[in-house]
Design a protein around this ligand. Sequence first.
Ligand SMILES: [Zn+2]
Length: 681
Amino acid sequence: MAGRYTAGVRMVSASRAFLVALLLLCACGRSTQERPSPADRPHPSILLITLDTTRVDSIGPEAKGVTTPSFNAVVASGRRFTQAYATAPQTLPSHTSMMTGTYPGGHGVHENARTLADRQPLLAEKLRDAGYRTAAFISGFPLVRRFGLARGFALYDDELPRGGNERGAKETTDRALAYLAENAQQPLFLWVHYFDPHAPYEPPEPFRSRYAHDPYRGEIAAMDEQLGRLVAAFRQRAGRDAAIVIAGDHGEGLGEHGEAQHGNLLYQGVMHVPFVIAGPGIAAGVVETPVSTRHVYDIVLACAGVGAEANLAAAPREVVLGEAMIPFLQYGWQPQVMAVEGSTKAIHAGTIEVYDVRKDPGEMHDLAATADLSRDMRKVLLEYPIPSLDAPPSSTTLTEEERKRLASLGYITADVQPAIRKDAPRPRDMAPLFETLDKASGLFVAGEYRQALPLLEHIVAKDPHNLMAVLRIAAAHSALGDNAQALAAFHQAETLAPNSPDVRHYLALHYAKTGDWERATPMLERIVAETPDRLPALEALAQSRERQKRFEEALQLRQRIVTLSPPGAPELVHLGMLAMETGRTDVAVQSLEQARALQGRAFQHDLELGVLYLSARRLEDAREALDRVPDTHPAHAMALFKRAQVSVLLGETDRAARIAAARAAADATTRELIARDRLFR
Ligand SMILES: [Zn+2]
């Protein structure tokens, strides 16, 4: 069984025939005979718009219960793929497919909060190398720079409102329009991502009132208005040669098949997405053949005339694939793979379900008993690579803050590699638990342990092999100080997964928390040796080293922590103090300066900074820092003493008065220092 979950099985190659069709689409308008050589061919500007959480039936001319005139106008002038499928029902994996041209099985990002490997070539890099000016404006936390899609963009605007996880379509559009106004040079590759339809559904006015009965569609209507502004401005700037590509990243369950949002299942509500391309020479019309949105990559390159010749070979029709691995990665439930050919859709999740999505778009009638799947379809379903569970779970390199932000968007960040077993449940059969899982995770990450516990216990009652839930029960009891209950839950976790490094990790953190450093420290040492990127273990081991007064080692651990995750001011101050303790003046100055830059007037370590500057003979800096120490500082006497030293060294005219002031304010510590100081004689 291990082979099944670890082997890098061959991926199905993209349909060349489909690419040829695309190339012809984008090359129209110029006769192939007269086509200039690639070097002289003008590159058109390209606008890629991605619509988060947009169901195909909630946008476009046939949308129900909502009008989307801006999108419809692009559709009217362009080519619409009516059977387009996301590669995965979550933001980061789906966008990573569009930016790499590969399924998640190829690029390896199966869920949010993973980071794309550096070696994977990206669409924007290719276009940049071909001479494009590249810019991206993204609107949701799952796509911020650190998750890996910024490579190749000269500008990657992921600045979200302070403390927020998303930016509204109006603000994102305002920024993109300002950019367009300032950057007239061509060709341009502009990617704009809208996040509005993602939960919570809170459209701005007038859409809030207009769609009070259906705020999800209200968000779509509000987004559509901004999409209209963007397309108009882009067309005006980029000229008649410009191309526009619009694709959804996934839909929203809205209760279908028991799924309120997205991420857990592969049904049409979340996988069937809007997809349209428009530009010169692209004949308006409809393509009914199933297509994956990973072809955004090929379409954009073909429109740009970049590397397209390599794709000119005929090949068989493509079976469109998709996956939903989150329940597998988080709870060990069956991995889910989807394949679509014509109107036949099959879902493999332990068993195979088959639907005719044209006749039965609600997927109410499973045809598995009678359907005859093609050989291609069976093959791709069985050969699709299942993610390896060798790597540590996704959240080990996230900060608390980042975990909270993802949780507030309804995303569960896995702490734990699940216990894998053949008879694991199918995610669709566990749908009644989805809401409880989301709620429990939100409460747990927010530190609401008392409220999380009954939900977690309900989950374990229904899904006894759910290692993450069992460990969270243990961690919640630990945090609440219920030692015996915590240890009982840890014991249960060890029974479920005897060799799990995650169980050891949680247990070590529990021992550290209860002050049992004798047990905790050797466990932490082993965890850090095995997986050096686990932030909580690094943090706890650094604490242990500080307790042992092994400050050099503590400093090294804390330096590693700040390279793994962007530190806040408290972490920087802590690092600075540790560096002072070990005589690393350079590290101490740098850390405190960074903390001060983050904190501004709230920074409380000007005295330490002044002392450090003085010892580094940076006298002007020392004077400024010491002058900032307030009278109310508990060690103000020390500040006056150090300031007097600086004054003497700088030869200031008021140095005598400063020495007198230091003497007058002296306390037990500084009195002796002043008496002994040669500078004051
Ligand atoms: Zn999304």
